[in-house]
Ligand binder design. Structure first.
Ligand code: ZN
Length: 409
């Protein structure tokens, strides 16, 4: 790989554009692989027709992909006579990836194949505040154990993806002024991990990898997706044209500190007043309920109260949905997403959160922007972050531009 010295993409953006073919002139092995990643077996003639490449060129590139293991022969097509042509399909078992979803107090680690299927996983209570070395040592130790469990050597590992619960500079893999991660500011996460397991290491924030995991496993047909994580805080992962959109400094989607009307007396941990997070986060609801004489320690307590039918908890969750909807209504007009996916622990409170979101968005957004807009609950569950961290690595390594340059196969 061109970035072998750092494990980071030179352009900083892993591609998720697996359904789109590059122009024929640029078509190399990577473009063929993107075509085959839908799992449909194709013959050399079909690949030639789809890419506009000469048969001899296709043959050479198919051979390279076969040698790398990314595709495998998948039998022969029916033929009207003579020797039937061989077909080839994507081989998700060729390599594996390791995805780590590191939260404030909890970690999940998963090994997946190249189709994002979880082969094995482990959960643990792990405080991110223990600092980078202790937490990453845990990732390395348990990552190796998971590889042993699935009986695959490090040589089969395409890379490691890591999600952190704070702002991350994706191009360097370093956390930037993370509020709840003492000791992590500026720490070189990729280098530290790569010294222990020598494969490419990519890092992003937890909301972006959850968005990627949800998009890849549950909503691949939607090109423009907003993923909302409503939990202790509130964040948004943005998928544009099938790829994570991070913005100029990686701060895109930080919707928790957008102002909500009528919340001026709510003080936010960022120092401002009236932030969405100060009124609609799990932490804010827990504080408000406790003030009403209903003790709640955090978003999981709020979920439990709502599920047990506590009317004040249900009302506050519904109102949180409306507040989130108010901020999203502007985003819908501005960004015109095809789907909004609501996830995070607060979404486990049932339909009340999403009902509040829907109520305001359909009322406040422009009809053209909402005509085909879908608003849905997250589907991938507790694995979305770990799967997404792995998907970040897969999309980076199998990026057509990278493969077409002849660097990976
Ligand atoms: Zn704020």
């Amino acid at each position: 790989m061109t970035d072998g010295s750092t494990g980071q993409p030179s352009t900083a953006q892993p591609s998720t554009a697996r359904h789109r073919a590059a122009p024929a002139a640029a078509a190399g092995a990577g473009t063929l692989l993107q075509l085959l990643r839908d799992g449909v077996p194709r013959t050399r003639s079909e690949l030639s027709a789809l890419t506009g490449l000469a048969r001899s060129t296709v043959t050479g590139r198919v051979d390279a992909l076969l040698a790398a293991g990314f595709i495998a022969p998948s039998g022969e097509t029916a033929s009207t006579g003579g020797r039937p042509p061989a077909t080839f399909a994507f081989n998700p078992a060729a390599k594996i990836v390791l995805g780590a979803d590191l939260g404030a107090t909890h970690a999940r680690l998963a090994v997946t194949d190249l189709a994002g299927t979880v082969l094995t996983a482990v959960n643990a209570d792990l405080e991110i505040a223990l600092g980078p070395k202790a937490v990453l040592d845990w990732v390395v130790e348990h990552g190796r154990k998971l590889l042993d469990e699935v009986d695959r050597p490090v040589a089969d590992l395409l890379g490691i993806g890591i999600g952190l619960p704070g702002p991350v500079e994706h191009s360097t893999g370093r956390a930037v002024n993370p509020p709840i991660m003492p000791g992590w500011d500026g720490f070189d996460v990729p280098s530290y991990v790569r010294e222990r397991i020598p494969v490419p290491v990519l890092v992003d924030n937890d909301v972006n990898i959850m968005a990627l995991g949800e998009h890849f496993t549950a909503w691949p047909e939607y090109e423009h997706l907003l993923f909302i994580k409503a939990a202790t805080g509130i964040g948004c992962g943005i998928i544009v044209g099938g790829q994570v959109y991070r913005g100029a400094q990686g701060a895109a989607g930080d919707m928790g500190h957008i102002r909500v009307a009528g919340a001026d007396d709510a003080h936010c941990r960022c120092g401002n007043t009236g932030c969405l997070e100060a009124v609609a986060s799990g932490a804010a609801i827990a504080t408000a309920l406790t003030g009403e004489g209903i003790p709640a320690g955090g978003s999981l307590d709020v979920v439990e109260l709502a599920r047990s039918g506590s009317v004040p908890a249900l009302q506050r969750v519904r109102q949180a949905g409306r507040d989130i909807g108010e901020v999203l209504a502007g985003a819908v007009n501005f960004f015109n997403p095809s789907i909004i996916v609501i996830g995070g622990s607060l979404a486990l409170a049932g339909d009340h959160l999403i009902a509040g979101v829907r109520e305001v968005i359909y009322q406040r957004s422009l009809p053209l922007a909402t005509r085909h807009l879908r608003i849905a609950a997250a589907r991938t569950g507790e694995s979305s972050g770990a799967i997404g961290a792995g998907v970040m690595v897969i999309e980076h390594a199998l990026d057509p531009a990278r493969l077409n340059a002849g660097t990976a196969v």
